[in-house]
Design a protein around this ligand. Structure first.
Ligand code: NAD
Ligand code: USQ
Length: 404
C-alpha cells in the first residue's frame, strides 16, 4: 500500500477507479504529485477491448505495473494497485477494507458511445458494467467507508441538446403555479450515455436514502495527451485514441491531420458539445476531492471549459495545420449516429471555476503540441481504423465478431 510523507501529510487517501485509462492515469499522477495517497483500481478491460477489436492507442503505453514503477522512480511516490473488476463486490470490498479511501474517483466504465452501439451484447455489457459497477461502489461506501466522498464521472451527454439553456444538474420550474427545483431533464443519445443517466439517478437516490456524499461531474469531451506529470518520462505517457470507436472529436482530427486523412465531420457538423483540456480534467478532479460534498448531498458540476461545433474544431485544426506546413482537408461523412446536426447549445459551467479552476482554453499552443505528438507517432496509425464503422440505426442482436 502506498504511503505519502512530508508534503502529503494530512492529504486524503483517494481511490481512482479506472486509473489505467486516459483520464484516470493522468488524474492518479496529478493527485499523487499533489500529496494525496493514491490507489488505482482497474481490471484492464479497456486494453482488452483494443486487443479484441484490433485497435491501438496512438501513443505507446507500457503496462500498468511498469507505469507505476516508473512513477516511483521519477517522483519517489508510490501508487497502490488493485487489479480487478468493480462488478465483483468481493474484490471491491477487499480494496475498500485494505485501502480505506476517504474519496473515490470513479472513472471505471465502458466509455465509448460507438462501442455501446455495436451490437446487443455490447449495449448490455456497457449498461451492466457501468450501472452495476457504480451500484457496487455506492454499497462499498455505505458499508465500509460511509464518510467517503464519491466523485463520479458523468457526461454532458446526459442532457442531450435541448432547445433551452443547460443548467448544472438542476432546473427550477414553475408548473401550474407551483415551483420546484428538479433534476435537469435527461435526453441521452447512446446506450453508453444512457448508462450515465442511470448512474446519476442511482447515486442521487443513495445520497438521499443513506446520506452518502457525492459529486457527479458531467464532463464534456476531453482533448490533449500530456499533463505536467505524464510528460516526465516516456513510460508515463498517456493513451491517445484516434480510431472510429474510442477516438473523440478533436483528438481524432489532430491525428487525421497528421496522417493526411481528411477530417471526418459527421453530417452537417453543427453538433456542438462542451470540451476541455486533459490538464483541466486533472485539476477539476483535484478541486472536487479538495472540496467534498456534504453528507447526503448529491452535487452536480458541468466539467468543461468551452463549447465548439464539429465544424469549428475542423477549422481550428485546419489553420493550426497550415502554420505547421500541413495541408488539412475536411470531408463530411454520412453521420453514423442519430443526433441533431444543427441545434441550440448553451450550457452553464461556472461551479468549478468558482472553486478555483483556471481553464486552459483551446489555442495555438495546445493544437501545435497535439499535432506534433500526432506527427511524432504517425507511423503507428492504422488508416483502416479512422472511418466510423458503427451505425446507430444498424445495431442488431447479431454479435459483431469480425474485426476490421
Ligand atoms: P478509458 O476507457 O480510457 O478508461 C476507463 C478505465 O476504466 C479503463 O482503464 C478500464 O479498464 C477501466 N474499467 C472499466 N470498467 C471497469 C470495471 N468494471 N472495473 C474496473 N475497471 C474498469 O476512459 P476515459 O476516457 O479515461 O474516461 C474515464 C471516465 O470519464 C469514463 O467514465 C467516461 O465516461 C468519462 N468521460 C470521458 C470523456 C472523454 O472524453 N474521454 C469525456 C467525458 C466523460
Ligand atoms: N464527431 C464527428 N466526427 C468524428 C468524431 C465525432 O463529427 O470523427 C461528432 C459526433 O457525431 C458527436 C461529436 O462529434 O456529435 C462528439 O463525438 P465524440 O466521439 O467526440 O464524443 P462522444 O461520443 O460524445 O463521447 C465522448 C467520450 C465519452 C464522453 C463524451 C462527453 O467518449 O466518454 O462521455 O465524449 S459528451 O460528448 O459531452 O457527452
Amino acid at each position: 500500500k502506498g504511503g505519502v510523507e512530508g508534503e502529503g501529510k494530512g492529504k486524503k487517501k483517494v481511490m481512482i477507479i479506472g486509473g489505467d485509462g486516459y483520464c484516470g492515469w493522468a488524474s492518479a499522477l496529478h493527485l499523487s504529485k499533489q500529496g494525496y495517497e493514491v490507489a488505482i483500481v482497474d481490471n484492464m478491460c479497456r486494453r482488452a477491448f483494443d486487443e479484441q477489436l484490433g485497435l491501438q492507442t496512438l501513443t505507446p503505453i507500457v503496462s500498468l505495473s511498469k507505469r507505476v514503477k516508473r512513477w516511483k522512480a521519477v517522483s519517489g511516490k508510490e501508487l497502490a494497485v488493485y487489479v480487478g473488476d468493480i462488478c465483483d463486490f468481493e474484490f471491491l470490498e477487499h480494496a475498500f477494507k485494505t485501502f480505506e479511501p476517504e474519496a473515490v474517483v470513479h472513472f471505471g466504465e465502458q466509455r465509448s458511445a460507438p462501442y455501446s452501439m455495436m451490437d446487443r451484447n455490447r449495449a448490455v455489457f456497457t449498461q451492466q458494467n457501468n450501472v452495476i459497477g457504480t451500484i457496487n461502489v455506492m454499497f462499498a461506501i455505505k458499508e465500509f467507508s460511509p464518510d467517503c466522498h464519491l466523485v463520479k464521472l458523468g457526461t454532458m451527454g446526459e442532457y442531450g441538446t435541448p432547445n433551452i439553456d443547460i443548467e448544472e444538474g438542476f432546473i427550477t420550474i414553475t408548473h401550474n403555479g407551483r415551483t420546484d427545483t428538479l433534476p435537469y431533464p435527461k435526453q441521452a443519445a447512446s446506450f453508453y450515455h444512457l448508462s450515465k443517466v442511470h448512474d446519476s439517478h442511482n447515486i442521487a437516490f443513495a445520497c438521499k436514502a443513506w446520506g452518502i456524499r457525492a459529486t457527479d461531474l458531467n464532463q464534456g469531451v476531453v482533448y490533449g495527451v500530456h499533463t505536467d506529470e505524464t510528460i516526465l518520462h516516456e513510460e508515463l505517457i498517456n493513451r491517445l485514441d484516434y480510431d472510429g470507436i474510442f477516438g473523440t472529436a478533436l483528438n481524432r482530427f489532430c491525428v487525421q491531420a497528421a496522417v493526411g486523412h481528411p477530417l471526418t465531420v459527421y453530417g452537417k457538423g453543427g453538433q456542438t458539445r462542451g470540451y476541455l483540456d486533459i490538464r483541466d480534467t486533472v485539476r477539476c478532479i483535484e478541486i472536487a476531492c479538495g472540496n467534498p460534498a456534504n453528507s447526503g448531498e448529491f452535487r452536480v458540476f458541468n466539467q468543461f471549459t468551452e463549447q465548439f461545433s464539429v465544424n469549428e474544431l475542423a477549422r481550428l485544426v485546419t489553420s493550426a495545420g497550415e502554420k505547421l506546413g500541413i495541408e488539412v482537408q475536411t470531408k463530411s461523412v454520412p453521420n453514423p449516429r442519430v443526433e441533431a446536426e444543427e441545434h441550440y447549445y448553451n450550457a452553464k459551467h461556472t461551479k468549478l471555476v468558482e472553486l478555483g479552476l483556471e481553464p486552459h482554453v483551446l489555442g495555438d499552443a495546445l493544437l501545435d503540441s497535439l499535432l506534433n505528438v500526432a506527427v511524432q507517432y504517425k507511423d503507428r496509425v492504422d488508416m483502416d481504423q479512422i472511418l466510423p464503422a458503427v451505425s446507430w440505426k444498424k445495431i442488431s442482436s447479431v454479435p459483431k465478431t469480425v474485426i476490421k
